[in-house]
Every structure is written in structure tokens, then in C-alpha cells.
Design a protein around this ligand. Structure first.
Ligand code: ARG
Length: 460
């Protein structure tokens, strides 16, 4: 069968041009959503009387059959048919002739591909959202094992203040929650129907765009055909959402890669998620985490790809837009692969509490607690900061901890200090003292655990 658009051409297309312009090698995965869109379109055509009800039913039946064949891998794709839309339409025409030739009434591939992409991205958002919820649940469940563990908190990767281990886990829950909220917000703009914008200007045929929108679950119909047929903002937004997820995953991966080093020794990773070296027999490498970190580059690159793709494009549809799918699918697949692995790694890891506890009083994690003790005694904050700075220097010169200084040392630095100072020193005392809302102290963390359990629908 010839090309659907061959009418005004006298020369056959150069086969190299066919290979250059095809998108079937990457857009075949839109088959399911393309068929959903076409069935809704056919049903609408019948509702407004542009085709007969029996014709719509015949179209729907054959579209379903074609869809099933594609799913079973029995459908033959041919480069000369360009893209998934042409493949499905020409298969339909092959099977039902003139009735099939009516499907594209009042529609263009331009609003069709945009509809397909929106349906695809809407499903993608829903599946990524549920994968994110699984990762959150895995982090939250660590509380059952790590509830009593205290970890050093870092800034600049230098020991700063102690926090309950769960505070780390819930920090990731928060980050992924924002990702989920961003996706939900992006979904609102995805969920506006382009179908019926046709090539760019709409149509003189009496189509019912409200009906196709309803049939496809869109919440509204786009008000400007020029805009919506050229709009790929939603792809830029979706891929940006993916890139922030990748950023969050890479922070987690990086942190655990550091903790997994001999220098830290804070964490054990399950064998199933580490790999060996081909030359050094002792090695156990955190390759999966490294790849999660590394794949961030692809996802972040995809945002740039889409932004550059749409820069300076005149309205409305331009063939450049065909390239959008490469960035979209790669970013989506990469994130899904990372999110599918993450919960098992999170759940399977073990904090090495012996190592963590043995070094917990290193690095003056209680210095801020001592400063706040002075503030509570009436010392101005800046003065307290200086005083504790001097005490830290003194302890360092004696190669000891703050808690190992004498009361006389403290009183020499500040005469408001009393023997109760020893009740605030030491990392465990310092973490116990943290009580502000959202802090890393035990009670504040417990409050957040309860909130997260309710939010994620997990048993208390
Ligand atoms: N394969 C094309 C794409 O993905 C479909 C739309 C083509 N439209 C056109 N007028 N050539 O963008």
C-alpha cells in the first residue's frame, strides 16, 4: 500500500529519507495510547453523525485486534510507514477498506501524536508516583530496625550535629513527596485534551472535542488549536520532574557509597546489590548505587534536549518535535529502572551500629548543644559561640572530648557553667536535647514517623 500522503507526489521517497524520517523504531510503544485515542475519536465521529454507528463499531473492533497483535509481537513494522499512527491506520484500511479510510476525519497526526503523548505521560506519572510511594515506604520501614540508632549529621561532609537515624530516612521521604506533588501538578497540564486541534487550525467539520476529552478522561479541552498542537511544555515539565527525582536518588546513592567505604564503614549493602572486581578478589563495589548516580546524567540531559528542541520553533507542528520521544522515553525508562531497584536496596541495607557508635563521640557533635546550654544560662549567642570555640580548641589540644574537660576548665571559660553541664555533653545527650519541630531529636522524629505512617497508609 502507498503512503497515506502520496497523492501530490510524483517521485518515490528515497529509502535513505525513509530511514532518516521514521519514528516507528521508537514510537511503537505508543500503540496502546494511539488506539485508545482513535477509538474515542471514532466514537465521537459517530456521535456527531460524521460516520455511522456500525462503522465506529467496526473501526473499534479492528483497532483492538491490531492492538492485540502488536502486543503479542505479531505485527509487522515497516520503515516506509514512518510512525505508529500510519502503521495502525494503514493496517485498519487494509482490513476494512473505506470504513478505515474515514477514521482520520477531522483529525491530523499533529493533534493525534500530541494526544498520544499526553495519554502516555499521564499513565507514566501514575506509575512513577506509585514507585515513589514504594521507595518512601522502604525508607519509613527502616525505622523499625533503626529506631534507636543515632547518626552524625554532616554539613560540608564534616561532622556537625547528631540526629536520629530515622531523621535521615524521613528526609528522603520528604524529597520524594515533593517529587510526587510536582508530578501531580504537572498532571493537571498534561490532562488537557489536544484532540480536535487537527493540523493547527481546527476543522470545519462538526466535531465534538468535549466528548473525546471526556472519553479519554481529560479534564478539559485546549482553547487554542495553534498553541496546543505545538505544545510540548508538558514533556519539558515531566522530564524535569524526572530529573529532580534522579537528583534525589543520586544524593541517596552518593551518601550510601560514602558510608559503604572502609573509611566510613557505616553501612552494609546486600550482596545481591553489589558486584565484584575482575582483578581484586576482596572487592565488593556499590555499582548499583554508582549507576543510579550515573544515570542522573542521562535524565538531566533529557531536560536540556527537550528545551533546546522547542527553542525557537515557529508555531505550530514542526517535524523537529518527533525527537521529543527519544528524550521522554529514555528519561522515563531510566527513572523507572532506578525506582524499581531502590526499595530492595533500602530495605536490605544494614547500619553497622558497632562502628557508628564507637565513633559517635568523635568530631565534637555536642559543641552546639554546649553553646545552647550557655544561651539557656543567659549568655548571648555570639559570646557562647566564641566560648565553645575556645573550649573545643582546648579539648583538641589535650586530645580529649568536651565531656572530658574539668568543671574548672568550663568555669574559667564562662563562670555561669555549673556541674549540670555534664548532662548536656556527649553525642547522645546532644541528640536528646533536640526538641524543635522538624528536628532530628527523638520526640520530633517520632511525631514525623506517625505522620508518614498515616500519609503512606502504613500500619502504626
Ligand atoms: N511521527 C510524528 C511525530 O512523532 C507524527 C506527527 C507527524 N506529523 C506530520 N505532519 N508529519 O512527531
Amino acid at each position: 500500500m502507498g503512503k497515506a500522503w502520496s497523492g501530490r507526489f510524483q517521485q518515490a521517497t528515497d529509502p535513505r529519507v525513509e530511514r532518516f524520517t521514521e519514528s516507528i523504531s521508537f514510537d511503537a510503544r505508543l500503540a496502546g495510547v494511539d488506539i485508545r485515542g482513535s477509538k474515542a475519536h471514532a466514537q465521537m465521529l459517530a456521535a456527531v453523525g460524521l460516520i455511522a454507528d456500525e462503522e465506529a463499531a467496526l473501526i473499534a473492533k479492528h483497532l483492538d485486534e491490531i492492538g492485540a497483535e502488536i502486543e503479542r509481537g505479531e505485527f509487522e513494522f515497516r520503515t516506509e510507514l514512518e510512525d505508529i499512527h500510519m502503521h495502525i491506520e494503514s493496517a485498519l484500511i487494509e482490513r476494512i477498506g473505506d470504513v478505515g479510510r474515514k477514521l482520520h476525519t477531522g483529525r491530523s497526526r499533529n493533534d493525534q501524536v500530541s494526544t498520544d503523548l499526553k495519554l502516555y505521560v499521564r499513565d507514566a506519572i501514575d506509575s512513577v508516583d506509585s514507585l515513589l510511594a514504594d521507595v518512601q515506604a522502604a525508607f519509613l520501614s527502616r525505622h523499625e530496625v533503626d529506631a534507636d540508632t543515632v547518626l552524625p549529621g554532616y554539613t560540608h561532609l564534616q561532622r556537625a550535629m547528631p540526629v536520629m537515624a530515622t531523621h535521615y530516612w524521613l528526609a528522603y521521604c520528604e524529597k520524594f513527596q515533593r517529587d510526587r506533588e510536582r508530578l501531580a501538578d504537572c498532571r493537571k497540564r498534561v490532562n488537557v485534551s489536544p484532540l480536535g486541534a487537527a493540523a493547527l487550525a481546527g476543522t470545519s467539520l462538526p466535531i465534538d472535542r468535549q466528548l473525546t476529552a471526556e472519553l479519554l478522561g481529560f479534564s478539559s479541552v485546549a482553547g487554542n488549536s495553534l498553541d496546543i498542537s505545538s505544545d510540548r511544555d508538558f514533556l519539558a515539565e515531566y522530564v524535569f520532574c524526572m530529573s529532580l527525582i534522579a537528583g534525589h536518588l543520586s544524593t541517596w546513592a552518593e551518601e550510601w557509597i560514602i558510608w559503604f567505604s572502609t573509611e566510613f564503614g557505616f553501612i552494609r549493602l546486600p550482596d545481591a546489590y553489589t558486584t565484584g572486581s575482575s582483578i581484586m578478589p576482596q572487592k565488593r563495589n556499590p555499582d548499583v548505587l554508582e549507576l543510579i548516580r550515573g544515570k542522573t546524567a542521562r535524565v538531566m540531559g533529557a531536560v536540556t534536549q527537550i528545551l533546546i528542541l522547542i527553542k525557537g520553533l515557529p508555531m505550530a507542528y514542526n517535524r523537529d518535535l518527533q525527537e521529543d520521544k527519544l528524550a521522554l522515553f529514555d528519561a522515563h525508562d531510566t527513572i523507572v529502572a532506578c525506582l524499581e531497584l531502590a526499595p530492595s536496596i533500602v530495605a536490605g541495607a544494614e547500619l553497622v551500629t558497632d562502628v557508628i557508635n564507637a565513633r559517635l563521640d568523635d568530631g565534637f557533635l555536642d559543641a552546639t548543644a554546649l553553646m545552647e546550654y550557655l544561651i539557656k544560662k543567659g549568655v548571648p549567642m555570639r559570646t557562647g559561640h566564641e566560648t565553645v570555640g575556645r573550649l573545643v580548641a582546648l579539648a583538641e589540644s589535650r586530645n580529649c572530648r568536651l565531656a572530658e574537660l574539668d568543671l574548672s576548665d568550663f568555669r574559667e571559660a564562662c563562670d555561669l557553667v555549673e556541674s549540670d553541664v555534664f548532662g548536656v555533653l556527649g553525642t547522645l545527650n546532644a541528640v536528646s536535647a533536640l526538641c524543635s519541630y522538624g528536628s532530628g531529636g527523638r520526640a520530633a522524629v517520632a511525631e514525623q514517623v506517625a505522620k508518614w505512617r498515616a500519609r503512606l497508609g502504613l500500619a502504626t
